[in-house]
Design a protein around this ligand. Sequence first.
Ligand code: NAD
Length: 484
Amino acid sequence: MVSRVIPVDPFDLVIFGGTGDLARRKILPGLYLRFEDGQMPEDARIIGAARGEFDDAAYRDFVRAAIDEFVPKAKRHKESISAFLERLHYVAIDAKGEGGWKELAKLMRPEIIRAFYFSVAPSLFGDLAERLHLHKIAHRKSRIVVEKPFGHDLKTAQALNETLAKHFKEDQIYRIDHYLGKETVQNLMALRFGNILFEPLWNAQFVDHIQITVAESVGVGGRGGYYDKSGAMRDMVQNHLMQLLCLTAMEPPSKFDPDAVRDEKLKVIRALDIPGPDAIVRGQYRKTKSSPSYREDAENPDSLTESFIAMRLHISNWRWNGTPFYLRTGKKLKSRVSEIVVRFKEPPHHIFGEETGTHANALTIRLQPNEGMDLRVTIKEPGPGGMRLIDAPLDMTFADALGKEASDVPDAYERLIMDVIRGNQTLFMRGDEVEAAWAWTDPIIADWEARADKPVEYEPGSTGPEEAAILMHKDGRRWREISE
Ligand code: NAD
């Protein structure tokens, strides 16, 4: 198999917040892996910029430690690490003041792609954008990468878009949602639009319903204060689940081009109905003998914020009329699983008789763990004894299918950062898309606030509140088991 990698031009990448948690765990190890894979041009440079007085040598030590901790052993080669560290520099900078900006300006090379990763608190995004211009560091070949959360509601997202737009054009702004960088998410598009098999069936006539699950096994401990101001709806649904929903439901774009794809996603968000209270279940994990409750983790005994949400949504358009989309996400659930399940309808007529039971095809697209796809098909149970039917998997785990180790499938951050350098915005959210998602989210949250809606409790390590199961049962359906 010959792999074709689109080459990358030389670049200077500045990571604002280059000493933070995200930089340490994801961005820097990801960049090292791209380097190790030979995907970084000779003269690429990475500049950490943060609060704190490091020099280049101390920053390189910091990054070496991050690589040791977060890169799989098989990929940690002494020579590669040393060569990678040579590319690193550090500038102590104050996003809100003048400190460090002249030094940064001096360090940047002219006429080379400049990428600025804003891996700092969102309250600093505006300051960074402004100072990059004030100090004439941003030029036309510059682009900025903006981390989540992108706003807290429509108003704040609009304000943030306006601030960024003062200094950067839309084609320079990369709003990152790392779910879009997952191999499987892109494969969802390949599957839908690169095959003749699925698209004719991908509509209300043949699809019974779609489930999107993003389950986390950890609680909010440690960042409970921050989380309590957002909750599952703002933290997960408005961005990650919404993006997965869009890619699953969108019409075929005319080409695989950033605006063509994002136009189609935007249409899905705009066609999304606002669900009523009976279509939403909100939950908080309860206390056990060995672990604190959500409210204890959040240090807010009266908190009304949800650590779990399940909802039934409808998309008001021709393709999906009558097909429900069930979304659920939560903390402290049974295991860490992200997947999309497309459950097809049963065949219209059962020729094998009632006793063979009911069978329907289901396509599961797994984002984690074990990125891959699984298509359940109905077959005859092998052996004598009559026509008994069973559901069997046509399984495709990418690691198996492509003969790769799971650790060879690039992490979302690696891929997305390289897309920034290549100038490809397809897997990044456009400003109007983010605003449309907030415009849909805001009235739902406003309704909870107006009614002081109280989340129900659920058992840590479970699949969520009983009410979430009932939401499906009432429709004669059930959630797929949350399991690894
Ligand atoms: P962090 O608190 O660990 O790091 C913050 C970084 O910003 C540090 O390097 C710090 O020196 C720098 N900084 C703070 N104030 C500064 C100032 N005035 N001037 C210059 N630099 C300053 O934060 P984090 O967890 O790395 O998160 C960074 C961003 O990424 C946030 O927007 C966060 O919402 C987002 N994010 C983080 C994660 C994660 O897993 N950590 C996941 C998704 C999104």
